[in-house]
Design a protein around this ligand. Structure first.
Ligand code: SAH
Length: 344
């Protein structure tokens, strides 16, 4: 028999296994429930199970719970958490309070296999994918922290922490299904955004799977030559294929796509880049989120002058493309976009 986390066993298989071992099948549901509670670390704590069942579970399964190792609070209220996994690896996750919202920014991988030159996470090589239950635990831990710190549940979830969610597709989807289910925190799919650097074939797969959450693309430039320079992996994912996949997505899912966009001095601060972005936005119902670049010790990248941010905003508005300029949160504690690198 396998010696794995009980949460990886499908409910129907757990029922069968219980039956085979002369336990009552309705215990399956109880076990599933207990296993997902954030304060339960071992089978011994499942207080309404008979002792022989607890012993059976302990002998055959694990409960690989994650825990908060450290946290750091920014002057702006943002809190960054180092979350320790069962094998002692660490991922980072962030809580961002604003008005009536608390957004949880979560990781999907330990490290990242992509090579975006401007992102601190790319400096730590990918060590492994997170299991679905680890992503689930991460969100449950953040939810508990959110209640403690802000007296509010998490209202939004963004997969904008460490890693590329579409390269850990199955587990990300499973975790989202769980967190929106009875086991989860009563959040709707509409409040969840998955951000990708643009893995076109997986964007098509998501459309085929009819997913119900929002999609954000870390575009940063709509010109192939620049994208290949700042995000070298994208040589395998040409912009044309990316745009085709987004059109495909929109046709099926009918939800506007968000383009995340950084503007750097002497890299994409010119009208050639602005016009390329406009032409993509005209093809795909979308909005543009201009984000402030956060320093990551790479001298090649510097924020463009405000004049160019204004040029982008004005041109997009002239073309009736929704645009917002987002200020960074949690910069002083290295919790802002692109700064998650286990420096704690
Ligand atoms: N791999 C996915 C999920 C990570 S999201 C993706 O790329 O979408 C992290 C977001 O922060 C991305 O939009 C990324 O491009 C952006 N980012 C990375 N480094 C940054 C930096 N130094 N300053 C601001 N944003 C950055």
């Amino acid at each position: 028999m396998s010696f794995k986390d009980i949460r990886l066993i499908k409910p129907e298989n757990l029922e069968q296994l219980l039956k085979k071992n002369k336990f009552l099948t309705y215990r399956s549901k109880q076990i599933q429930n207990w296993a997902r509670k954030i304060d339960i670390q071992s089978f011994n704590q499942m207080s309404n199970l008979p002792n022989d069942l607890i012993q059976f579970l302990t002998e055959n399964f694990k409960l690989n719970k994650s825990k908060v190792k450290t946290s750091k609070k920014s002057f702006d209220g943002t809190i960054k958490f180092a979350i320790q996994l069962y094998d002692n690896l660490i991922v980072e996750a962030v809580l961002i309070p604003s008005n009536k919202r608390v957004t949880a920014c979560v990781s999907s991988q330990v490290g990242c296999s992509l090579d975006c030159n401007f992102c601190a996470t790319s400096k730590i090589k990918k060590m492994r994918n997170l299991e679905s239950y680890e992503i689930f635990d991460q969100i449950m831990l953040l939810n508990k922290e959110s209640i403690n710190h802000f007296s509010s549940h998490i209202t939004n979830i963004v997969f904008m922490g460490m890693g590329e969610p579409l390269l850990n597709y199955k587990n990300v989807i499973e975790s989202i299904d769980q967190i929106t289910s009875d086991f989860g925190i009563g959040i709707s799919y509409k409040k969840i955004t998955v951000s990708t650097s643009g893995i076109s074939k997986m964007i098509k797969k998501m459309a085929d799977d009819d997913v119900k959450f929002n999609l954000a693309i870390s575009l940063h430039t709509a010109l192939e030559k620049t994208r290949n320079k700042v995000m070298p992996f994208s040589k395998s994912f040409p912009i044309k294929e990316l745009v085709d996949s987004l059109e495909y997505w929109y046709k099926k899912i009918k939800r506007k796509i968000t383009f995340e966009y950084l503007i750097w001095k002497e890299i994409n601060d010119d009208f050639e880049h602005i016009n390329a972005l406009v032409s993509i936005c005209k093809r795909i119902p979308s909005k543009v989120n201009i984000i402030e670049y956060n320093d990551t010790d790479n001298s090649m990248f510097r924020n463009a002058d405000d004049k160019w941010i204004n040029n982008y905003v004005t041109t997009l508005k002239e073309n009736r493309i929704p645009v917002s300029v987002r200020r960074s949160r949690g910069k002083d504690i290295d919790a802002a976009c692109g700064q998650l690198a286990n420096k704690y």
